[in-house]
Design a protein around this ligand. Structure first.
Ligand code: GLY
Length: 324
């Protein structure tokens, strides 16, 4: 039996009706593929494209901008047979997840960045688009004004701390297993607002934001730097192989809590078990399995005053684990 889960990011935001609608549309698109015997790869691509096109999510259209006001998106995709592809610092492709898939299917490489990624996307005729939404431009102007006024701006960057509650809206991703037992996972993001030009986050790094093998697949979300340092996606899949989805993610959350990493992750095991966990205030996801649709929108929101400079939390995070 196939299964799919899509997430709209973990962080400090308040998921609402728009998030729910986008996630349900995404899972419906993925489920349509799975239900008609299609592959997990096509299913997660279909789901992530919906999320990228939905401006409320911070990926594709609606991506955050770097400190120069430029778009630089990251995305990655991976299959249970270890095929994978990723792009980073892509500037114009409407759907970065499709560019990541091009890297996997059309090149000998795993990760292509910057001009090379733009060129690849254009060469294969991927749609280009100005990904800056009005809402994101307004957010950029507000944060830049704070920065220029010498105020602390964003908790996830050392000089840019303590900001409004809506600054961390996360990455999107999806993981699925199809009727033939094939696993696929993918992740896409605009990265954090006001990041430095050229910064690449976990969503482009196989083993950090995305991983899959024969045991399971995961997509992670949160501040990219600690996710990369702890190689959390690979760690998650290794734990799932040893302990199963629920216990593996529980162990991972305990590790993240001890290491004070603020992030979220969704996972699908090869036996179709779905699990997820998060140490942030908020996380949103929708899953579909055994014909049953499940929706979760964390109500948590709040500005923490005690974040570490590198995106880690100084106090205990919730470490919530949910199984579906
Ligand atoms: N997880 C998204 C990023 O930090 O880029």
């Amino acid at each position: 039996m196939p299964a799919i889960i899509a997430h709209g990011g973990a962080g400090r935001y308040s998921p609402g009706e728009e998030h729910e609608r986008g996630l349900k549309d995404a899972v419906a698109a993925g489920w349509e593929v799975l239900d008609s015997g299609g592959s997990a790869l096509d299913a997660i691509e279909a789901a992530i494209v919906v999320l990228e096109d939905f401006p409320v999510f911070q990926a594709g259209f609606g991506s955050a901008m770097n400190i120069k006001g430029e778009i630089q998106t990251d995305a990655s995709i991976m299959l249970g047979d270890l095929s994978c592809g990723a792009v980073a610092a892509l500037t114009a492709a409407a759907n970065p997840i499709k560019a990541a898939r091009l890297v996997m299917e059309k090149t000998d490489h795993v990760l292509i960045v910057g001009d090379g990624a733009d060129h690849l996307a254009q060469s294969y005729g991927l749609e280009s688009r100005d990904l800056r939404s009005d809402a994101r431009k307004e957010m950029y102007d507000r944060m830049l004004a704070k920065l220029r006024a010498g105020e602390e701006v964003a908790w996830y960057l050392p000089r840019l701390r303590e900001v409004a509650a809506d600054m961390s809206m996360g990455t999107v991703g999806a993981v699925a297993v199809d009727s033939e037992g094939r696993i696929a996972s993918g992740t896409s993001t605009g990265g954090p607002m006001l990041k430095l030009p050229g910064r690449v986050g976990d969503a482009a790094v196989i083993g950090a934001g995305t991983y899959a093998n024969e045991n399971g697949g995961v997509s992670a979300t949160g501040v990219g730097e600690p996710i990369i340092k702890h190689a959390l996606a690979k760690k998650a899949v290794d734990l799932i192989a040893d302990q199963g989805a629920r216990e593996g993610i529980e162990t991972l959350m305990e590790y993240a809590r001890i290491k004070k990493v603020r992030f979220g992750i969704v996972a699908v095991e090869e036996n179709e078990a779905i699990a997820l966990g998060y140490t942030t205030e908020a996380m949103s996801w929708v899953s579909m399995k055994d014909g049953e649709l499940k929706t979760f929108l964390s109500t948590g929101i709040g500005v923490r005053k005690d974040d570490g400079d590198d995106g880690t939390a100084k106090d205990d995070s919730s470490g919530k684990v949910l199984e579906t």
